[in-house]
Design a protein around this ligand. Structure first.
Ligand code: PLP
Length: 367
């Protein structure tokens, strides 16, 4: 019996060739492929600047630091996300508040954001869940009114559109962070990227990515460099960047296939699923459905070769967050109700029409 996981990377000979070429070159890291990948992301998203990093988690961390987020500040994000969207605020010494999600899209609900803004709030981290764009104009309006910054967590959303913009254009935010982990839409093994239109943020991100080191002016002629802030080694290698350049070329075809599979499931399963808003044109990363007896369904699915996954356990219900901030069950009812029923079906470009017919048949057999 063929086994299907909820997600899978897609690599072909052109990807492998791109990586092998780097292995034969002079630079395994800090070389020309990194710049080339960053320029390709700028070209694709329409953003002015891009800084590649070792992971989206690293990117979210230095995005927080570039904004000057520090001890005593607060960030607002969604409870239905991967841990990193919230943890990045903690890395910077800030604390996290959550805003409940919209019932249909399961994206952060802009009307809920305002309820959680305090004097300490500095930044909103909207997450484009499953690839669908958040309501960015509304979030931007709230941020402007309250003098807040915005970091878009677009780990799910490379290839997605918001109205007439690409996610990552930063038209309605300060920075956008992408992930290239193998479960995401395009991969570099591990890796991430930050886009921005601010030269000031761009320069800060470059320094933070590499130990806070600066080498400018007369220093360029000598061995000298200066550390002006505390940075990290969050660099991407040229091996990864070469894979990224090659993968980016396939993004539009990945998007097309992912949307075809989503449409097929929508039409042929007629199960409750997330509903994309009219302003979004998603390059879908996930296809979550809502099931009455989810735990039962999960185990039955495993028996018939479907390794499904739940996205996500609400972050505020993690023991660390409960203990540190006093969050409890019932704090975010829409998110919790969604979590109690959600499960993500297989969604990746390699799935053929026969595969999705077979998956649909198997799911119907255990409903
Ligand atoms: C995967 C993911 C991240 C972290 O990405 P890494 O590249 O693995 O660090 C952050 N946010 C969301 C929403 C994610 O799904």
């Amino acid at each position: 019996m063929k086994v299907y996981n909820y997600g899978k990377q897609f690599l072909d000979d052109s990807d492998k060739k791109a990586v092998l070429e780097v292995l034969d070159s002079d630079y395994l890291t800090c070389g020309p492929k990194v710049r080339e990948f960053e320029e390709a992301i700028c070209e694709y998203t329409g953003a002015k600047y891009c800084v590649s990093v070792s992971s989206a988690t690293a990117g979210l961390h230095i995005a927080m630091l570039a904004l000057g987020i520090k001890n005593g500040d607060e960030a607002i994000t969604t409870p239905i996300t991967f841990l990193a969207s919230a943890n990045c605020a903690l890395y910077a010494g800030a604390s996290v508040r959550f805003a409940d999600v919209d019932k249909k899209t399961i994206n952060i609900n802009p009307n809920e954001i305002e309820k959680h803004i305090s004097k300490k709030t500095k930044v909103i981290v909207p997450v484009h869940f499953a690839g669908q764009s958040c309501d960015m104009e509304k979030i931007y309006e709230i941020a402007e009114k309250n003098n807040l910054s915005i970091i878009e967590d677009a780990a799910h959303a490379i290839g997605s559109n918001y109205k007439d913009t690409k996610v990552g254009s930063c038209k309605y935010s300060d920075m956008t962070v992408f992930s290239f982990h193998p479960v995401k839409t395009i991969t570099t093994g591990e890796g991430g990227a930050i886009t921005t239109n601010s030269e000031n943020l761009y320069k800060k991100l470059l320094a933070l990515r590499s130990h806070g080191m600066h080498k400018d002016g007369a220093m360029k002629q000598t061995w000298e460099y200066e550390m002006r802030e505390l940075g990290f080694n969050y660099r991407m290698t040229d091996i990864q960047a070469a894979l990224g350049i090659s993968q980016l070329k396939k993004l539009e075809s990945f998007k097309k296939r992912r949307r075809e599979i989503v449409n097929f499931y929508n039409e042929n399963l007629s199960l409750p699923h997330i509903e994309e808003a009219e302003f979004s044109n998603a390059c879908f990363h996930l296809y979550p459905i809502m099931i009455e007896n989810r735990k039962d369904f999960y185990f039955k699915a495993r028996e018939i070769g479907l390794n499904l996954q739940v996205h996500y356990i609400p972050v505020h219900l993690q023991p660390y967050y409960k203990e540190k901030f006093g969050y409890k069950k019932g704090d975010y009812p829409v998110a919790e109700d969604y979590y109690n029923h959600c499960i993500s079906l297989p969604l990746y470009p390699e799935l053929t029409n026969e595969d999705i017919v077979e998956i649909t048949k198997r799911i119907k057999s255990i409903l």
